[in-house]
Design a protein around this ligand. Sequence first.
Ligand code: CMP
Length: 226
Amino acid sequence: MVGTDVLSGMPLFEGLASGALVALSNALQKRRYPKGDVIFHQDDPGSTMYIIIEGVVKIVVTSPDGKQHTLAILSRGAFFGEMSLLDAQPRSADAVALETCQLLTLGREQFVDFLRAQPEAALKLFAALCCRLRHADQLVQDAVFLDVPGRLARTILDLAESQGETESGGIAISPRFSQVEMAEMVGATRESINKWLGLYARMGLLRYEHGRITVLRPDKLRERIC
Ligand code: CMP
């Protein structure tokens, strides 16, 4: 069983009455996925949604010729896998554990019952989906209007906001990302990511050491988005 204190600290369940938290904690299962595990594949049928208690998950789509594009990096408190439950369509993307993950799972029936019983939580879910749609719109806009250095700057600033921790001298992004993983987020080749990460590092905008990005000058990096 999952502690109600863990649930009440999650944005989706914030403010729920204690009875509702207890009912929810009875319906949730805890599951552990080692680093690198595929939680589910694009086009699989889906009957479960997931909430992250610990770890980082990437949401990724694959083209028919095997190219991958990362749509989102999700961490503690985020949820995924809700779309197949709501529209009864297959999974829209792969979900992969980037680090060892502790996840909570909720079946379709319990998810729908929960939303019916908790309209405030349903509104929070809608707001989170709107936020996701806005981000997706931004990515489409960037794909059309920005070049690789602009898109790289945007991706790094987004990661700094969602995954960054302020430490002396900069914002350190966790987990580490290889250049291939960065290329899959930006929509570029590994070679051009290597070139632009190197240039941004030489300009003093960031540090990139063994996959660890530390943003040193977010203001200057933002100026590259134009
Ligand atoms: P589902 O389609 O069930 O399985 C894949 C999941 O990835 C999907 O539900 C969403 O939870 C999540 N997902 C799909 N697209 C995005 C996106 N653009 N940003 C964040 N998460 C997404």
